[in-house]
Ligand binder design. Structure first.
Ligand SMILES: Cc1cc2nc3c(=O)[nH]c(=O)nc-3n(C[C@H](O)[C@H](O)[C@H](O)COP(=O)(O)OP(=O)(O)OC[C@H]3O[C@@H](n4cnc5c(N)ncnc54)[C@H](O)[C@@H]3O)c2cc1C
Length: 325
């Protein structure tokens, strides 16, 4: 009998994260192909009611412990490792979001298991788990087979539609199990810093005007703000723009920033480094403006122009204002 497929149920401030439902839908597909079951592992403190939302899983393994009140990757990995040693799942799917990023690789190290990160898809080939993974910061996409079981799979956003992993029914079985966690942890949760009031959520925008180092200076951001206002969107940026303090961290797009899927992504003076592209390649329409015709951003852009962004921006804003009346 093949082992079951586990999904770490990520939750944040009392809500199951969308990526958990995506991973559950993917986990169920893999379990079906393997002839086993998908099970959700719910770790936390005072959150066991969330199990009722995880009905896409055949069973929820629920663990309540004070030390799991906040996500500290080392502690979560230890709890998961204790559970996995008991039950021997074939695979553990861990959502790769800002909350649980890092849990999977620590878990694999504890179990001596294979780890495949940044998986876009997972399937079973000749009875073995194979992942379609993004490697080297987005430079390569390839198929990776696990050398041995269990395998820990880091699942990126968008592997499946979240709705496919939702169920109106509660799970058939919820098992409450205990783990033994040491009181003194080498790494402790200190503080959660709320984003500044009034800050926008770039992941929810239809139109993003993204500026890179090519914008030249903090003062020139105002040109992008004006275009964003004309298009009904908001301004965001590449990492150097954030690092220089020209925009707040919540506006950073990319590997160490936000993953966005707007209808329109305007990339202005952005070179298109893999770490940036990782965050925006899912946009419906990408338009790039860059003086360098060899800039890699043109490889992902649907439309592009080799123009000076400082000359191009006011013209585009004028056109956008005229079109909007
Ligand atoms: C672990 C790690 C994580 C990272 N995470 C992120 C991340 O989350 N997000 C991110 O963005 N980066 C990230 N980076 C950094 C990334 O590698 C790049 O350095 C960064 O994306 C480059 O930003 P940029 O395109 O704005 O700047 P540059 O690479 O300097 O490009 C500027 C571009 O502007 C063009 N240009 C210059 N002047 C003009 C002009 N007047 N008009 C038009 N075009 C002009 C140039 O031709 C050039 O292509 C990460 C790096 C590492 C190692």
């Amino acid at each position: 009998m093949p082992g079951n497929i586990w999904v770490l149920a990520e939750h944040w401030r009392g809500k199951v994260s969308e990526i958990t439902f995506e991973a559950l839908a993917l986990g169920r597909d893999v379990a079906d192909q393997l002839g086993s079951k998908v099970e959700a592992v719910l770790l936390g403190h005072g959150v066991k009611d969330l199990a009722s939302q995880l009905g896409a899983a055949a069973r929820v393994i629920s663990t309540d412990h004070e030390a799991l009140a906040e996500v500290v990757p080392e502690v979560y990995a230890e709890a998961l490792a204790q559970l996995a040693r008991r039950e021997r799942p074939a695979a553990v799917l861990t959502p790769l979001s800002n909350v649980t990023l890092g849990v999977g690789t620590l878990l694999a190290a504890k179990l001596g298991a294979s780890a495949i990160n940044f998986c876009k898809n997972v399937r079973v080939v000749d009875g073995k788990i194979e992942a379609h993974a993004v490697l080297y910061g987005g430079k390569i996409e390839t198929k990776v087979a696990a050398a041995a079981e269990p395998v820990v799979l880091g699942i990126g956003p968008g592997a499946r539609l979240a709705d496919a992993g939702r169920s109106a029914e509660p799970p058939a079985v919820v098992d409450e199990v205990t783990v033994d966690l040491p009181e003194a942890q080498p790494i402790r949760f200190k503080e959660f810093i709320e984003p500044e009031a009034g800050e926008v959520d770039v992941t929810q925008q239809d139109v993003l005007v993204a500026v890179g180092r090519g914008i030249g200076s903090r003062d020139n951001i105002a040109l992008a703000e004006e275009l964003a206002a004309a298009l009904g969107g908001v301004v965001c940026g590449s990492r150097p723009v954030i690092d220089q303090g020209w925009l707040p961290p919540s506006r950073q797009i990319g590997k160490s920033g936000m993953q966005v899927k707007p209808r329109l992504y305007l990339a202005l003076g952005i070179s298109g480094a893999p770490e940036h592209v990782e965050g925006m390649r899912g946009a419906e329409l990408i338009v790039a403006v860059n003086t360098d015709p060899a800039a890699p951003i043109f490889n992902v852009a649907h439309y592009g122009t080799t123009a000076d962004v400082l000359e191009f921006l006011p013209l585009l804003t004028e056109q956008a204002k005229a079109l909007r009346g």
